[in-house]
Design a protein around this ligand. Structure first.
Ligand code: ADP
Ligand code: MG
Length: 499
């Protein structure tokens, strides 16, 4: 992803005069007003309040963020919001520049940030503000090439941070990771074509897909043209080509790609014309032995409103899912992320985060960033567990609060194919008893409800019935891999649904 504009200042060279620049402060305050209206309270507090405006010069507002990671997070999550806000407050010529506080020793990070490409803010439309969430900010640079040219230089759209070396392996992602590796080593040559990676939000799909691209670039250089895009960019670019009567050039462009990676393909749902054009591109590439990599938040068969022939093609190669990481993997990822951010966190803090952030790796990263930010801004040097708990309190409350017994019941009955009311009735039919036990187990492990409350939600059963259910499910999970997998899957779904 390209930043709006980035520069870097050393922590030790922050200009105090610039810090007191009143004008910058008032412009930033105006921005904050708008941002506040478009983010929830906690996110606003965590991500925007700690930012300091540094200066305003030549239509460029410079803001200071605590870490490189922080800047990446803003760019990833809030690019469109920032873009539209700056345009509203400063006019279309307004630019935003980040200044990242860098520790003296952190030269690699400094180097990386300095080499970032610069990009002015694009034109703004009024509706942008309401649709900023999760929009993919980068788009394919120039899909229109002169037909007939064999090798085109394609901007691959790759983020160099997403590499295999930084992807921690665990039971939850082993198959996906090794398939991705195989594809990267031999693009188009394995039977994994397409490679279809799927799983919940924040579980590493984009990271893996991008790792494939980066690895191929590393192994094959200019020999292979690699393109990473999101279905959303693909769609936007397609619509634009239709508007300018250049649809055939659009298709032509993709024919020159050796490795096509399309992220978040579930957004094909209901877009008939995009499905059509994608279908043709898919066929052409596949026939010519080009590699296709797709990601989705669910399995091919579960993507609604997508034409059958496309779904069947998605199943031609290999589908591999990414599951929620278990405790040990979460711990390893955290250790690695802390290290990448240049901090060492004591064991009990890593343990605390690993225990409390279960639903997405992205949230765990958020926790680390928040700790880092707190240490920079509130100036404490020692990370101890009490401080960590205090700093992360809001994030944890947030992630546990919104899972309800009702939502667990809905998910369980859906997976088991029964009416959710049956969970509350007295029936002793085997499949209903099983579903009820699973729902009780999940209610105990995923909410803070007491045994009594849980019993009441299942037709007024007493707490010993709930205890028995929990023990039965725990036993089955230990002895039956299928049950274990199903329950992990359910946890994943319930947690994702509650985000
Ligand atoms: P998704 O595309 O599935 O929503 P991402 O690939 O964007 O998720 O992952 C979210 C964040 O979590 C990224 O910063 C990524 O680097 C990190 N992440 C996810 N899984 C792993 C892993 N196994 N090892 C290291 N980092 C991971
Ligand atoms: Mg993603």
């Amino acid at each position: 992803m390209e930043p709006l504009v980035t520069t870097i200042l050393s922590k030790h060279h922050v200009n105090l005069e610039a810090l007191n620049n009143d004008h910058a402060q008032s412009v930033w305050n105006a921005c904050l007003q708008i941002i506040k209206e478009h983010t929830n309270h906690q996110k606003f507090k965590s991500w925007f309040e700690p930012i300091r405006p540094l200066k305003l010069e030549n239509d460029t507002l410079t803001i200071q963020v605590p870490t490189h990671f922080w800047y990446e997070w803003l760019e990833e999550q809030y690019y469109n919001l920032l873009r539209t806000t700056i345009a509203q407050v400063m006019g279309p010529q307004g630019k935003l520049e980040y200044s990242i506080v860098v520790e003296k020793s952190d030269t690699t990070d400094q180097h990386r940030a300095m080499n970032m490409p610069q990009r002015p803010l694009g034109p703004i439309k009024a509706q942008d503000l309401n649709s900023y969430v999760n929009q993919a900010p980068t788009e394919i640079k120039n899909p229109f090439i002169i037909p007939g040219l064999k090798k085109v230089k394609v901007d691959s759209n790759l983020n160099s941070n997403y590499v295999f070396e930084r992807f921690i392996e665990g039971d939850c992602n082993r198959l996906a990771r090794s398939a991705a590796m195989a594809v990267a080593e031999n693009p188009g040559k394995s039977s994994f074509n397409p490679l279809f990676l799927y799983g919940g939000v924040g579980l590493g799909k984009t990271h893996l897909v991008q790792s494939i691209g980066n690895k191929i670039k590393q192994l094959y250089g200019e020999e292979k043209s690699v393109l990473y895009t999101t279905l959303e960019s693909f769609t936007n670019e397609f619509i634009r080509s239709l508007q300018s009567n250049r649809a055939s050039e659009f298709t032509m462009f993709y024919r020159h790609i050796d490795v096509l990676m399309v992220d978040d393909i579930q957004f094909l749902s209901g877009k008939e014309k995009t499905q059509d054009v994608f279908f043709h591109i898919f066929n052409t590439l596949h026939m010519e032995g080009k590699q296709i990599v797709l990601s989705s938040d669910r399995a091919p068969k579960d993507i609604p409103q997508v034409m059958e022939r496309l779904i069947s093609r998605f199943n031609w190669g290999l589908s591999a899912d990414l599951q929620l990481p278990d405790y040990e993997t979460r711990y390893a990822i955290l250790e690695r992320k802390a290290q990448d951010n240049g901090i060492q966190l004591p064991h009990e803090i890593l343990e605390f985060i690993a225990h409390n952030f279960k639903s997405s790796v992205r949230d765990m990263e958020g926790a680390i960033v928040k700790l880092l930010a707190a240490s920079t801004l509130q100036k404490f040097d020692e990370f101890d567990l009490t401080t960590a708990k205090r700093v992360l309190k809001d994030m944890i409350k947030d992630s546990k609060n919104h899972i309800s017994i009702e939502s667990i019941q809905t998910h369980v009955s859906e997976i088991c194919g029964i009416d959710s009311n049956k969970l509350k009735e007295k029936t002793r039919k085997k499949e209903i008893v099983e579903a009820r036990q699973i729902a009780m187990y999940l209610s105990k492990t995923m909410t803070k409800s007491s045994l009594k409350t849980i019993g009441l939600h299942f037709g007024g059963r007493d707490h010993s019935t709930v205890v028995h259910a929990i023990e039965t499910v725990e036993h089955r999970m230990r002895t039956n891999a299928r049950t274990q997998r199903m329950i992990r899957d359910l946890q994943n779904k319930i947690e994702v649904a509650s985000l």
